[in-house]
Design a protein around this ligand. Sequence first.
Ligand SMILES: [Zn+2]
Length: 321
Amino acid sequence: MKKIIGKEKIFNFLINSFRESRVSHAYLFLGPEGVGKAFTAKLFAQFINCENRKENPCFECISCVKIEHNNHPDVYWIKPEEGSQGIKMEAMRTLQERIFLKPYEAKFKIFVLENVDYISEEAANCLLKTLEEPPGDALLILIAEEKERIIPTIISRCQIIKFNPISRDLLERFLVENYGEDKRKISFYSRLAEGSIGKALALLESDYLQRRISVLERLLEKREFNYDLWGKERDTFSEVLTFLNGIFRDAFLKTLGLDELIVNSDCRELIFRIASSYTQKEICNLIEKFDFYHRLIQNNVNLRLIFTSLEMDLERELTKE
Ligand SMILES: [Zn+2]
């Protein structure tokens, strides 16, 4: 279950406004990076459109699930294009078209706009027009870090919600509860993250990637199967398998000379090594194995059994001459 941390007051304020029908047409979520602005926007969108709404969104109805996966037709997430900081005019034109359409399946259309402090001038003017007369069934949530960079006429048309950094204690407690394995490491990351849950999660994520790479390196170099690195939970085990599957699929593409289709480009060196050490048939066999064990995990087969059987299989496949 998703949890909001350190922002309960904000969330309660938002849901109370909604319950009492005094929700604003536009909010400006203001605060440093990674302190829960986008997270809260999503949660609020889920709450508004939830089919079993109580204190919180249920996270299980179709609407909640679609919003979670960013594919709800009435919740638009407008981000800058890759490589640019601010939202461009084209995205704003799409917003202007969609905001006057009827919602597809929800009561409200929700538009979340990221990096509004870096929006282009032309797009800002367009946004301003939209803010002047938004239709009654639309809600805009603007997300930004620096108030000074936003034109005052935009600010004055929004209700400002300030997001402060999360205290280190709270952040640490959250990380231990949700990702808690190594308390020393988590304490170190909490300090580095300076109150930003986004930063802390990114640090943990890069650590996980590193760990997955070590799983692979050990497998390839020493044929070593280290349970600690695989993680003893169904979820982490399944993630490692998905990772290995992706790497071997990339290696297969490499053997076909389709380098440009390689997905895990941060593991290029390992992928090339696999492609040059194993034949296409061997790589395909391994991919099938990973798929097979992945299905077993999903079917709730005992993890210990899977470990043992996979170990024997990999031993055999990887040492083939
Ligand atoms: Zn729901």
